[in-house]
Design a protein around this ligand. Structure first.
Ligand code: ATP
Ligand code: MG
Length: 373
């Protein structure tokens, strides 16, 4: 891995040195793996689920003798594309040998009707699934599973954005995947997703295939104290300074959301040697300005009533009772039934969330922008 220019990374996992804390979460996940339990890792957006999986995988590969496979289903629309993603991940992991493509992987891919194509543009291999076998997703999964079982080491698979499968046509993807997981009991699974409500529903509703099949772990924000130490240490290493007081303001403005804390610190680190509270305010403003075009789109996406309720929640958060007379009158929201309908729609889209009894605008930067309107 290349060293980043800025120690506050905002894209991906860049190694332990740039990863703050999460030691307890890491221990918890390792303990599940070491005791043969599958895990569901869920959280509100951008708290660091995917990065934590990469951090965990580094640990499992280097000191626990496991082989790890990371699969992201975000861009998949149907079960064939999901299988394609899984096949690609397996190919990435095991396909390349010093003398070319591994024979067993070639055989495996052929058996599921997949072919490897080399893209002329990137020269990266791309796996495409042949149409002949695509009506047989469970057969393909079975073949992939058998290959995994033939490996000597313990295999851990993370399927990120797993809620995606509940969107596939035909409604049977959950059952097909559940069967697959049961066919390969020696393989450990981590299911993760950025849509918390959908993830919870998949694993807690009685009539769903994945009901009670895994340990549910909800990821919380990194504690302020741990984050403070991490931030100060990176500033100090570069002979820069930031006060705990400023960090506390960043943390609360970001509601402890990892991505936003990282983004603010990334800008502060880039632009200042000795960070003052007014520098922090400048960066808050800059970040919201940069995002303005994106934020303005939300207004176009929503009905007028939804937008008004949405903005009012941003101004009042944390809000306990969105149907109270006080709240409705103060923001001119009309009839309580209108507010209630708008709120339901916003919650369904996960634009508004209910966290420990309080209503919040999910995207914290959007919330800060709307509150300033
Ligand atoms: N412990 C950490 N220390 C430092 N940076 C982190 C940490 N965890 C995550 N990040 C950074 O925060 C950002 C968001 O993390 P990540 O993408 O893992 O979140 P997520 O929960 O998977 O988000 P999404 O809901 O969009 O899937 C990333 O840029 C990542 O680099
Ligand atoms: Mg993620």
């Amino acid at each position: 891995m290349k060293e980043p220019f800025n120690p506050f990374v905002i894209n991906t996992y860049q190694g332990k040195d740039y990863f703050c804390d999460r030691e307890n979460d890491l221990d918890m996940l390792i303990s599940h793996i070491e005791n043969d339990r599958n895990v569901v890792l869920y959280a509100w957006r951008r708290l660091g689920k995917s990065a934590l999986i990469h951090r965990l995988f580094e640990e499992l590969e280097t000191s626990k003798g496991c082989e790890t496979i990371y699969i992201d289903l975000l861009a998949t629309q149907n079960i064939d594309e999901a299988i394609q993603s899984i096949a690609s991940a397996i190919y990435e992991k095991y396909g390349r040998t010093t003398s070319g493509i591994s024979a067993s992987i070639q055989k495996l891919l052929a058996s599921i009707g997949a072919t490897i194509n080399f893209s002329a543009l990137s020269s990266l291999p791309e796996i495409t699934l042949g149409i002949n076998k695509s009506e047989q997703p469970s057969q393909s999964l079975k073949a992939l599973g058998e290959f995994l079982l033939s490996r000597k080491k313990r295999i851990v698979i993370a399927i990120d954005e797993f809620q995606q499968i509940s969107d596939y046509e035909g409604n049977k993807a959950e059952a097909v995947f559940r069967t697959w997981v049961q066919q390969i009991p020696e393989v450990r699974f981590i299911f993760s997703g950025s849509h918390r409500t959908l993830m919870e529903a998949m694993f807690t509703e009685k009539n769903r295939p994945f009901y009670q099949s895994s340990q549910l772990e909800s990821l919380q924000p990194i504690a302020l104290e741990a984050y403070t130490n991490f931030i100060i240490q990176h500033f100090q290493t570069a002979k820069k300074t930031i006060e705990p007081d400023s960090i506390e303001r960043i943390y609360s403005w970001s509601r402890g959301q990892t991505y936003t804390v990282q983004l603010v610190c990334n800008h502060l680190f880039a632009n200042y040697k000795k960070v003052s509270n007014s520098d922090v305010d400048v960066v808050f403003d800059q970040i919201l300005k940069q995002q303005q075009a994106v934020f303005a789109n939300f207004q176009k996406m929503l009905t007028r009533a939804q937008w008004n309720v949405f903005r009012a929640i941003a101004k009042e958060e944390p809000l306990q009772n969105p149907l109270s007379k006080n709240f409705i009158q103060k923001h001119n929201l009309g009839a309580a039934s209108t507010v209630s309908t708008a709120l339901k729609a916003l919650e369904k889209l996960e634009l508004v969330i209910k966290d420990e009894g309080n209503y919040l605008v999910h995207e914290v930067q959007l919330a800060r922008w709307m509150a300033s309107l």
